[in-house]
Ligand binder design. Structure first.
Ligand SMILES: Cc1cc2nc3c(=O)[nH]c(=O)nc-3n(C[C@H](O)[C@H](O)[C@H](O)COP(=O)(O)OP(=O)(O)OC[C@H]3O[C@@H](n4cnc5c(N)ncnc54)[C@H](O)[C@@H]3O)c2cc1C
Length: 386
């Protein structure tokens, strides 16, 4: 299949290109033959994380001294784009929560002891990480969370619940947000904790059934008198909200990247389909409406690619780019939903059938404008900076 977007933005280095070649080979040989089975199982096997670890692909956001590669945001976007391009949304969801959404909290805010204890096995893919912020009463508005952590000697005792937690069923390490100061209003008085699987009181209440991205597991968690040693407080007490906010840039960049990759894949699949599908004495491609629709979608995706890598390059230089990252995420995620549904239309009813790539991608796409921060929330970020 001819690949769209063959030229690379200037910020992609030779090392990253080599990394991409290796990743594509891994996806072709070790993901695609098994991905349908993972959809049915509702999980990405631990062995896939370990293989990604062996290939050095889980450490881009972590310092070299703990086993990472410290390649930064541009490499993260490239990684997300390629994972997105595999056409199974569950794989990037599960892996990118591990690499870019959860574990960076330990690199950024962890004590030396926490980093030494947790990062090497996370980077090797031996332990999978989840981040548990959302609650039934606190989604977009993180400041509304109610889970409480009360200091009791050398422990905090945590009570509450978490919902929609990726890697929450099969993960090994949970970063949990809880309110440590009940008197502080809103965003103040929240702290983060590192909790290991098997700690009494950490209960996986349900494995949630989703509309799409079936192969990434999603949990509801109950926290019932969960005793966490004080040594597992992650970052400063009461400052967890700021830690969560500051990691949003990583999260959003990879949301943008995986949307971008999946959009490219959908267009590639659709080009192949319309060029062979016969109707009215010619192919669908011979209909001007089809060609122009795809040309417009490809134009939007090329623009998405330019905006996303520009935002990542700014971030890599340490420039404040909340505006650009928010714009890239809004654009890529919204365009992705548009692209996949237009591609479904162009495939006709064949892509309405269960088990076809576009059918799965259409289901998987829907969460992109909600799950990693709703479009409207990011529009507010943009509006504030205009
Ligand atoms: C598959 C999946 C995986 C997830 N993984 C995790 C995870 O690993 N860890 C975790 O903590 N959470 C996770 N989440 C939760 C996710 O972060 C929340 O779904 C998200 O923050 C939105 O919250 P909500 O769904 O409760 O929507 P709500 O906050 O109830 O918002 C509903 C809708 O209201 C609108 N809206 C919200 N705010 C505004 C605003 N300011 N202005 C205008 N309109 C607005 C938007 O259209 C939004 O979609 C996951 C969710 C999904 C679906």
């Amino acid at each position: 299949m001819k690949e769209l977007a063959q030229t690379d933005p200037a910020c992609i280095t030779e090392d990253m290109r080599m990394f991409r070649v290796q990743l594509r080979r891994f996806i072709a040989d070790e993901v695609l033959p098994y991905a349908d089975a993972w959809e049915i199982d509702g999980r990405i096997p631990h062995t896939i994380f370990r293989r990604l670890g062996e290939l050095g692909m889980l450490g881009m956001r972590h310092p070299i001294e703990y086993g990472g590669t410290d390649m930064g945001p541009v490499a993260s976007v490239l990684f997300a784009e390629e994972l997105g391009r595999c056409g199974y949304g569950g794989l990037p969801a599960s892996v990118l929560v591990h690499t870019d959404m959860a574990a960076p909290h330990i690199s950024r805010r962890g004590t030396e002891a926490q980093k030494r204890k947790y990062l090497p096995e996370i980077i090797r893919g031996e332990k999978i990480v989840a981040i548990a912020v959302t609650e039934p009463g606190a989604g977009s508005d993180v400041a509304g969370l109610r889970t409480r952590a009360v200091r009791d000697g050398d422990y905090y005792v945590i009570n509450g619940s978490k919902i929609y937690i990726t890697n929450g069923v099969y993960g090994d390490i949970y970063i949990i947000a809880a309110r440590t100061d009940p008197h502080a209003k809103g965003s103040r008085g929240i702290s983060l904790f590192i909790v290991e699987k098997g700690t009494p009181g950490l209960v996986v209440a349900r494995k949630l059934e989703k509309h799409g991205i079936w192969s990434s597991d999603t949990a509801e968690l109950f926290l019932e008198d969960l005793r966490v040693p004080v040594a597992n407080l992650l970052g400063e007490e009461h400052k967890g909200f700021y830690a969560i906010m500051s990691n949003f840039q990583n999260e959003r960049l990879v949301m943008a990247g995986m949307s971008l990759g999946a959009s490219l894949k959908a267009i590639e699949l659709t080009l192949e389909h319309v060029r062979t599908r016969q109707a009215f004495g010619a192919t669908l491609w011979d209909l001007q409406a089809t060609r122009q629709r795809l040309a417009m979608l490809a134009t939007k995706v090329y623009a998405a690619r330019a905006l996303t890598y520009e935002a990542a390059a700014l971030d890599a230089q340490g420039i404040d780019c909340v505006l650009e990252i928010s714009m890239a995420t809004i654009w890529d995620c919204e365009v992705h939903v548009e692209v996949v549904h237009a591609c479904l239309q162009l495939h006709g009813v064949s892509a309405f059938m269960r088990g076809t790539a576009i059918e799965r991608m259409a289901r998987d796409s829907r969460v992109h404008t909600i799950g990693g921060g709703a479009t409207e929330v990011m529009l507010e970020e943009v509006a504030k900076r205009l």
